[in-house]
Design a protein around this ligand. Sequence first.
Ligand SMILES: NC(=O)C1=CN([C@@H]2O[C@H](COP(=O)(O)OP(=O)(O)OC[C@H]3O[C@@H](n4cnc5c(N)ncnc54)[C@H](OP(=O)(O)O)[C@@H]3O)[C@@H](O)[C@H]2O)C=CC1
Ligand SMILES: CC(=O)[C@@H](O)[C@H](O)COP(=O)(O)O
Ligand SMILES: [Mn+2]
Length: 398
Amino acid sequence: MKAITLIGSTGSIGTQTLDIVAQCPEQFRIVGLAAGSNVELLASQIRQFRPSIVAISNESKLPELKSAIKDVEPQPTLLSGEAGVIEVARYGEAQTVVTGIVGCAGLLPTIAAIEAGKDIALANKETLIAGAPVVLPLIKKHNVKLLPADSEHSAIFQCLQGIPEGGLRKIILTASGGAFRDWDVKKLAEVTVADALKHPNWSMGRKITVDSATLMNKGLEVIEAHFLFGLDYDDIEIVIHPQSIIHSLIELQDTSVLAQLGWADMRLPLLYALSYPERIYTDWERLDLVKAGSLTFREPDHQKYPCMNLAYNVGKAGGSMPAVLNAANEQAVALFLEEKIHFLDIPRCIEIVCDRHSQQNNSNPNLEDILAADKWARQEVIEAANNLQNAPKVVSIR
Ligand SMILES: NC(=O)C1=CN([C@@H]2O[C@H](COP(=O)(O)OP(=O)(O)OC[C@H]3O[C@@H](n4cnc5c(N)ncnc54)[C@H](OP(=O)(O)O)[C@@H]3O)[C@@H](O)[C@H]2O)C=CC1
Ligand SMILES: CC(=O)[C@@H](O)[C@H](O)COP(=O)(O)O
Ligand SMILES: [Mn+2]
């Protein structure tokens, strides 16, 4: 039975991972949980899954959590703050750590898990995008597995099984097109937060749902694919596939193309990241091609969605640029969700900050450099947002 620690247990990835564990008690058990602020859900997860160690990142919530589980026997070790989450990530018993924290907040716990010899089931793409120059060498050094759980990267990883080294020629990432795929570009000036949070196919957390709407999610996934599978950026293509049935494709040297298909259900890539290389039987709804109907494809519109080109350019620049792109995007999306900037300001702010950083890109950043670049970019987005024409004054960063 595989022992699993789950960080980000109260989110979309977290709850779907726990659904798998509940359905596969012979295969998996939870030893550690970490979350941000959601005491009620975390307490009920503790009751159901009986982890040995738990952390809540928001320190002020620890007393509430303690009280909510005071009758649970045996009591798990309870920690709080960033240090507590890191402690949970490195906790002894677990073989695999599922990274379901959103954003670069996942970076330090993931590094701690790798250094403690854990395999990583990677949902938290921001960790790799910002931290690849540090994370990838550590994965090698500690001889642990980096198993993709993002649906596209899982699809590519599944297709690659049995393909000899050097056989891969191109990656084709599918994109749903996000909330505004059928909106006229002129209407994007009227977008509300509620509009951006209506993903056509997937039910996910707020940040990634906005990323899907700007197509930055696909831009981030291009960089993620580069780091995971080692192809040049010119060999990673995006295609819009509104049905989200084909989760991505690979082209091989002889022009043969392989794809992985399934309903839009994150449990499948999560299960494979946990069971790899085994395949576990499930009673989940099986793909019915007739029910799926037409599978269609179109070119992405780079004028309408500038985030994709931003990501390609930043990926090609490398160094500390991806950390800056990622942090700028996190900050811009947060401001959009707080209704402090407009949807169309998201790429504007990111571009301004990436342009500024291009003068000082660090080609070989260490962890300290990455964290500094991340902090700098967030502050710069605040400034850029305040300077946008007609923008209401935003806030100063903490
Ligand atoms: N959802 C999906 O289908 C997919 C998600 N991903 C990626 O997976 C990651 C998670 O996404 P998703 O589940 O949608 O996000 P959610 O917003 O639904 O969940 C985020 C989780 O992270 C926790 N969290 C936030 N900040 C911290 C912190 N500082 N320390 C500890 N825990 C924290 C939250 O806790 P709390 O709520 O208690 O505050 C919550 O459990 C993202 O990187 C996303 O890009 C990738 C592919 C698909
Ligand atoms: C489920 C998943 O992996 C998400 O990253 C998904 O890809 C979002 O959909 P789009 O970015 O294609 O809209
Ligand atoms: Mn994805």
